[in-house]
Design a protein around this ligand. Structure first.
Ligand SMILES: [Cu+2]
Length: 149
């Protein structure tokens, strides 16, 4: 009885917090956006915290919902915002690296199915120091600018 209650508590805390940890790396509030029918790309956002005294790097990400996941930064070029692909995201020691609309993000390329509001999907992140971390992203509505939490 006690164990069951404890297990339930753990599950509900995880649902509330929606954070993931591996080594010195913590991933907070990973989320994505619903895609219109026929869209071939989606996005993923989150905050990556490095609590360690050494920098780390996000080397790659994979997910079953897309053919591949790319790391993009958004840069202004004159009047236009352009996306550029990076080979890694550098996560400085004792800092937060935010992936958010209008900034750095993960791009889900060649989606295998539309992303629907309210669903969750898994993604595997690979960090140079912290290793691999499995996270779940929550799909929010089409125009969302911020995580729901
Ligand atoms: Cu992009």
């Amino acid at each position: 009885m006690r164990w069951a209650a404890l297990a339930l508590l753990v599950v509900s805390l995880q649902t509330l917090a929606h954070n993931y940890e591996k080594g010195d790396i913590q991933v907070r509030h990973p989320w994505s956006r619903a895609t219109p029918p026929g869209a071939k790309v989606g996005v993923a956002y989150m905050e990556i915290r490095n609590r360690g005294s050494q920098p780390d790097r996000l080397l790659s990400a994979t997910s079953g919902v897309a053919q591949r996941v790319e790391m993009h930064v958004t840069q202004r070029e004159g009047e236009v915002m352009k996306m550029r692909q990076l080979q890694a995201f550098e996560i400085p020691a004792r800092e937060r690296y935010a992936l958010r609309p209008g900034g750095s993000h993960l791009m889900l390329v060649d989606l295998k199915q539309p992303l629907e509001k309210g669903e969750r999907f898994a993604m595997r992140l690979r960090f140079e120091r912290a290793g691999e971390l499995e996270i779940e992203l929550e799909v929010q509505e089409l125009g969302s600018r911020h995580p729901r939490h």
